[in-house]
Design a protein around this ligand. Structure first.
Ligand code: GLY
Length: 399
């Protein structure tokens, strides 16, 4: 009797193990298929875009596709690094050398931007282009470009306030030294420049900016203001406003994502627990928010009064997903990877991902640039594609 019982237990456990293996194998297979389909779609769609871009008489840089027309931008626009960055990510995801050639060409078209001091965005512009180029092609000359760009960004550091000034003063808004939460993203360039040059002043500026952002930019519920205006003489806070959100007191979705991504990268570079804590608290704001939708892609502002009858912002979802994949390697407080997978699955569905040959050949539809300015509302944006591709790459690395 005892023998029979043992035999039964053995058979059941073999069946159970076999079933678990089959489930795991199936999951891996589904995931590999999902990845393969998305990578080949990205390559085809951007291949079509490149055909058009390469047909132009001069080097152009696509940002969006609005009312049936491609919107090209100058190198000085804050989004100029994303198109070359997208080409680098497609190179990394496909391994096809042709993308490297194109990525190099459109990266090097931004050569003058290393000296750009007109706003804080030089971090986005240079790190998404040259930063990825250095990482993937190892081009020695790009190191100097990155260090020069960090020097340019550092000219905007205001020691009295311990922050990097994002935008220039604005009399009509009574802003003396406006800093936007988006600026957390530019710190990556500074951390890299310290590693490349050995000059720790870039690192010092980055952590001081991050510390003052924790101090002044977040509300008690860990939602972020968009703009903090500082006094240049004593560093006190003069105003707390929005620029692209619904109101001064609302939580603009992309800003919330920028902050989270920024503090996760600060943790990566410093291993200082306070940055991880800040990111996780800001994430809790999203996870527990009644207006955060099931599919994981936020409305353009968490406090938009017409939710659910208003726009989603695919860019905010893509930035968030990419940040969550990285966070999943540092913390298991929540299943951050599962959360990121939900967002990426939504973005890759026909609800957000464009059909091949449409949408100006951008990957994602339904992003919002600035709704209060009626600018780039419910359109594709090159940075939504950038963080979607980065999220795919991070997902692939994890799996
Ligand atoms: N950094 C500008 C924006 O997110 O719209």
């Amino acid at each position: 009797m005892k023998k029979l019982l043992s035999l039964c237990i053995l058979i059941i456990s073999i069946l159970f193990t076999t079933q678990s293996c089959t489930n795991a194998q199936q999951k891996n297979q589904d995931s590999a298929q999902f990845m393969e389909e998305n990578i080949s779609f990205a390559a085809e769609q951007y291949g079509l875009m490149l055909n058009k871009v390469e047909d132009s008489a001069s080097i152009v840089n696509p940002k969006s596709f609005i009312e049936g027309k491609m919107k090209y931008i100058r190198p000085q626009e804050w989004t100029s690094g994303f198109f070359p960055g997208n080409l680098w990510y497609i190179y990394e995801l496909t391994g096809d050398e042709k993308w490297k050639t194109m990525a190099t060409k459109y990266t090097e078209a931004l050569d003058t931007i290393q000296y750009y001091t007109g706003n804080h965005d030089v971090g986005f512009m240079i790190y998404c282009s040259y930063g990825n180029g250095l990482r993937l092609a190892g081009t020695e000359a790009y190191k100097e470009v990155i260090v020069n760009a960090a020097k340019s960004l550092s000219t905007r550091y205001i020691p009295e306030a311990g922050i990097i000034q994002s935008w220039n003063a604005n009399k009509s808004k009574d802003w003396e030294c406006p800093v936007i939460i988006d600026n957390m993203m530019n710190l990556e360039l500074l951390f890299e420049a310290t590693k490349l040059s050995g000059d720790s002043s870039f690192y010092h500026i980055a952590v001081t900016h991050a510390d003052n952002t924790i101090r002044n930019h977040y509300r008690p519920d860990y939602s972020t203001w968009h703009v903090i205006d500082y006094s240049k003489s004593d560093g006190s806070v003069r105003h707390r406003n929005t620029h692209q959100g619904y109101s001064d007191d609302s939580a603009w979705a992309r800003g919330q994502s920028w902050g989270i991504y920024g503090f996760i990268l600060c943790y990566r570079e410093t291993k200082d627990q306070k940055y991880l804590d800040q990111a996780e608290k800001a994430l809790n704001f999203i996870a527990s928010h009644p207006n955060y939708p099931e599919d994981g892609v936020p409305y353009w502002d968490f406090d938009a009064p017409d939710i659910p009858n208003t726009y989603r912002d695919a860019s905010a979802g893509a930035i968030l997903a990419s940040a969550l994949y990285e966070l999943s390697t540092y913390s298991d407080k929540m299943d951050y990877k599962a959360w990121a997978d939900t967002i990426v699955a939504s973005l890759a569905s026909p609800v957000y991902r464009a059909p091949l040959g449409e949408n100006g050949n951008f990957l994602l539809m339904h992003s919002v640039g600035s709704l209060p300015h009626n600018s780039e509302v419910d359109v594709p944006l090159n940075y939504a594609d950038y963080y979607f591709l980065e999220a795919l790459k991070r997902k692939r690395d994890l799996e």
